[in-house]
Design a protein around this ligand. Structure first.
Ligand code: LRH
Ligand code: MN
Ligand code: MN
Length: 387
């Protein structure tokens, strides 16, 4: 094995992809939620399923929570439940979008009492980080307006800045605030954090614990996401990803399903900028509405691994040489050679070296877990959107 291949393998072994608790529960569109058998009923059962994903892939050691969907009485006990299964709690996702009071927004709402309620929730999420050992607070705001003139767009930025500063102050040692942007939805005219520039401006003012999250489904069609990634990494402001695929808007389909070439281009910029060796969080943010959830999450993890492997295989020296010579076609060919490499045998080897089955999905199907949860979780209410 050449030194280059062993370095690629080491990077792949060390990769960590975070799975979202909500992907294990029932989900759907605004038209219908299709319930599936065996879906978890509690946050603990979501962690049990996440442990299966980690057991078969070896690279999914943390789980993101969404509060209040994952509300429990004892968060330290939940973290212990994770630990006993070889997992840890990842990002705490705040939820200031599902209460009636938030009709006109949360931290940007015109009424100070609603803003206070939203801020209290964000601060509670930091308490949960303390209790679970989580290092990341993920903030996404559904705030915005539907009609021109509905509210003062600039005043809303002031309110946002005030809330973010209060939360930032509360962060402890080693804790980060990850600010996520989204072009539109649920607001259709203005969104208060619509793009990476707005998120970046707020994070820059807050300080080094504040970084931007790139949710790959949150851009206009045709947006060059890898450019955003390159710029944010250069500025030390890329906190992490919410990976998923989109065909139209915020589709939340499996990452790498719609456009594996885009995922490769993103991962190449990550590797180029050293993001795979930094604290960049590689999180999934997906919903599996019609496909079985655990195999879909395993597939998603594998898709990220494949894109990463291809990015790591780019011959950077040859690329630099071609770029320096202005050889457009040769430079492009170097990237395409890596993209067109079948990395599945390499990843199978990496898994075998980690003591895993080279085919995680087949191993999951053989494990009997799906049958077991279908049998064990017949009673009670399945977890799903809003619960
Ligand atoms: C918003 C979003 C955000 C939420 C998640 C459920 O569209 O991407 O990350 O927390 O979906
Ligand atoms: Mn997201
Ligand atoms: Mn989204």
């Amino acid at each position: 094995m050449t030194a280059a291949v062993s370095a690629v393998k080491a990077a792949l072994r060390n990769q960590a992809i975070e799975t979202p608790s909500w992907a294990y529960g029932n989900s759907g569109t605004r038209f219908k939620v299709f319930a599936q058998p065996g879906v978890p009923r509690t946050p603990r059962e979501k962690l049990d399923d996440a442990a299966r994903v980690h057991a078969h892939t070896g690279v999914a050691p943390s789980v993101a929570l969404h509060i209040p969907w994952d509300r429990v009485d004892d968060y330290a006990a939940l973290a212990r439940h994770a630990e006993e299964r070889g997992l840890r709690i990842g990002a705490i996702n705040a939820n200031v979008f599902q209460d009636d009071e938030y009709r006109l927004g949360s931290v940007c709402h015109p009424d100070a009492a609603v803003r206070r309620k939203a801020l209290d929730h964000l601060l509670e999420c930091v308490d949960i980080m303390d209790a679970t050992g989580s290092g990341d607070l993920k903030l996404w705001f559904a705030d915005g307006t539907n009609y021109p003139g509905q509210d003062d767009v600039r005043a809303r930025q002031d309110r946002l800045a005030e809330a973010l500063a209060a939360v930032y102050e509360r962060l402890g040692e080693g804790q980060r605030m990850l600010l996520e942007y989204k072009l539109f939805e649920p607001a259709f005219y203005t969104t208060d954090v619509p793009d990476w520039g707005t998120a970046y401006a707020h994070c820059l003012k807050l300080g080094e614990k504040a970084q931007v999250v790139v949710d790959t489904g949150h851009h206009a069609p045709g947006t060059n996401i890898e450019f955003i990634v390159a710029v944010l990494l250069r500025e030390g402001k890329l906190g992490g990803f919410d990976f998923n695929s989109r065909f139209y808007a915020d589709d939340d389909l499996m990452v790498g399903a719609a456009d594996p070439f885009q995922l490769f281009r993103i991962m190449y910029e990550v590797v180029r900028g050293g993001g795979h060796e930094s604290r960049t969080a590689f999180m999934l943010d997906q919903c599996h509405n019609i496909e079985p959830k655990i195999p879909a999450i395993i597939r998603s993890v594998m898709n990220v691994q494949e894109a990463t492997a291809k990015a790591l295989l780019v011959d950077r020296e040859a690329l630099s040489a071609a770029q320096a010579e202005g050889d457009v076609l040769a430079a492009n060919a170097v990237l395409m050679d890596a993209y067109n490499t079948d990395v599945r045998p390499l990843l199978a080897e990496v898994r075998e070296e980690m003591g895993l089955d080279p085919d995680p999905i087949a191993a999951y199907h053989r494990s009997g877990w799906a049958e077991r949860i279908t049998e064990d979780r017949k009673d009670g209410r399945q977890a799903g959107w809003g619960a």
